[in-house]
Structures are given as C-alpha cells and as structure tokens.
Design a protein around this ligand. Sequence first.
Ligand code: HGY
Ligand code: MN
Ligand code: MN
Length: 403
Amino acid sequence: MAMLDELGRVSDEEGKLTRTFLSPAMCRANALVGEWMGAIGLTVREDPVGNLIGRAEGSSRRAKTLLLGSHLDSVRDAGKFDGPLGVLMPIMALAELQRRGVKLPFAVEVLGFSEEEGVRFASAYLGSEGYTGRLSSRTLELRDGAGVSVGDALKEWGGGRFSLPKAAHKRGELLGYVEVHIEQGPVLTAKKLAVGVVSAIAGQSRFKLIWTGKAGHAGTTPMALRRDALTGAAEFALAAEQLARNTEGLVATVGALTVSPGAANVIPGLVEHALDVRHARDAVRREALFALGRVAKRIAKQRGLSVAWQRTQDNCAVECSVGLTALLERSVKAVQGTSLSLVSGAGHDGVVMAALTPVAMLFVRCRDGLSHHPDEYASPADLKIGLRVMVDFLERMAQQHAS
Ligand code: HGY
Ligand code: MN
Ligand code: MN
C-alpha cells in the first residue's frame, strides 16, 4: 500500500493522478519502480517505447521466461491501483519467494508498460504493441492535442533516434503473460470474493467522430435555419446510449468532446468526440457499430450536417489461456477456498500480449467496482490474498518447470 501511495503521487497534474505516455511523470515513475525492481535484484532497463522491464534469469540459461506485469500510465484524475497494482504485486511476490529461498527455474520479466490507456494519442496499448513488435507505422502518425506525433515523441524519448522495435521475445521463449489487475467492476464485490480469474477480455472499438455544421450568430440565426454540430452530436450520443441500454452486454461511451469555435454566442460549427464501444462477442459489437453508422447518417441528413468517422482502435475479444488460467485457478482455490471466472469489460495489455504468448489474469476486488476515478480502492486484506495467490502460482509454475 505504501508503494502504491508513493507511486500514486507521481503525476503530471497538481492534486490529481494523471500520468501519460512519455510524460515527465512517467519518467519519474519508471525511475521509482525501477529502484524497487533493482532492490530485489532484477536487471532493469527501459525499452525504446518507454516500457520498464525488470528481469531475473532462471536457474538454467536455457530457461523460458514468464512475463508478469501491467501498465504504469493512467487516465486523467485516475485511481492509484489501475495498472501499478499489476507491476508492484509481482515485485512483492518475487521478494517473498526470495525470503523463502525459492529459486525459480525459469526467467521472469516484470513489465511496466508505458502506455495502455490511450489518453495522449487516443490509441491504447502503445507500450505492449512496442514490446510485442506490433507497433505500426500508421500509429506513429497519430498526433496528440499539441500536434506532436507518436513517432516524434518516441524519437525525443530515444535521444533523437527511433525505429519500429521488434518483439522483445520469440513466442517459443515464453511461458506466458500473467497480469494482476483490479476488477474495475462490481462482480467480486457482489459475490463477496477478494479475487477471481478472467476468462476473456471484451473486444473494444474506439473512434473519433467529426460533426461539421455551420457556425453562426446565436442571437440572430432562426432555429429552423441552424446547422448546429453540437445538438447533432448530442442526439447521436443519446442514440448510442439507448442502443447499448437495449443490447445485453453492450457498452457505448462518448467520453471526450470538443466544440468549435466554443463561444457562448456562437452556434457550434464543428464538434469532435470519442466513441468507445465494447462487447464480449465481436459479432455483437460489429453489428452495433453498423447500426450506429446508420444512425449518424440519419442525424446528419436531418440536420444538414456532415459526419466523419476516424477509427483509433479496434481489438477483438481475447480468450485467456485455458492452461495458464487453470493453474492460476488452483492457486486461487488454495488461498481463497473458491474461485470465480469472469469476463473483463475493461481492456488490458493481455489483449496485445495474447498474440505473442498465452495470457492469464487475476482480478482483485475494488470497492463498488469503481475505477478511472480518484476514489478507486482495493483493501490491504484483498491485496494480501492477491499476493498469496501470486506467490502460490509462481511456486506451482516452479514445480511444473523444475528442470
Ligand atoms: O479502457 C480500458 O478498458 C482500460 O482501462 N484501458
Ligand atoms: Mn484503465
Ligand atoms: Mn488498467
């Protein structure tokens, strides 16, 4: 908890936790967590995409590597558990194994991904995409609010040089990727359980919609003659909400919106907003997107607007590894007595890592399921259960892979 508190104070904004891709706060966070990694004997490095990597070799040089970790970036005005919990928990688990004199036969890398939330460039998973060699040149073109491109930001990070990185490991070198994360939902609270295992991570589509109308005088333009971009976008946002309310398991969110020219006495001529649509089944998500495309067309026609869609992210739903999850489940049962399997509505780096290696996730209960909010909270008692599960899991992995 003390480490989470300290890391939770490393922010780009006064009085709230905001830590975005390659920001000054991210550099300080990497330095702080890097110290904690070094303190337990991990070899620490940062990769060209800003990921923090702490590695411990296995007892045999031929050993494969088990990846543990999560992300160190945050949303704006974030809670201190979302991401950092999954980086600090493995550090604590490895320290506990050292205390017990347990030497793992396989190598371990603790990963602190540099960008999972997609706040600065609206495209998520830049860290794990870099780590798995899946960062695309198209992504390098994305620009932040100040017009800086991903490529420029990475060049500056790399002291003037950057080239698209290859995967840090070949598939055959890895045993899997295991991430501990707060649930960010209400299920474990409802079931009165401290931890659960994840069966799948929902698919997720993110877009930027651009509504173009005509700016005009708020006092002299008759209502019937207006082409108001904001009321058009608002009608669309309500339609997206209604569709999600009427479709089991679908969520749709307009989380960011800008209005131009942005003056009280000017009819909005231009509105840009994000759209985030998710579902555990890809077919349902795709169908919802088609329906929303038709709704946007209708609204634009009725209101004399034009609407453009720019896709900023599209991830299919990802099943977690049955084998790795079964082993994790045994540890959950050993510590908690019972286990629960649940789908993650939140996206996680496992979505990207699954392309490289089998993925498993351990969820820890968070109060009222609240996340992406400064009041996000997981109790020390629940964290302790999560830690005991992680230690038990690593010991089981060690038995399974004893050379
Ligand atoms: O948006 C998400 O689902 C995650 O918090 N990145
Ligand atoms: Mn998050
Ligand atoms: Mn997260």
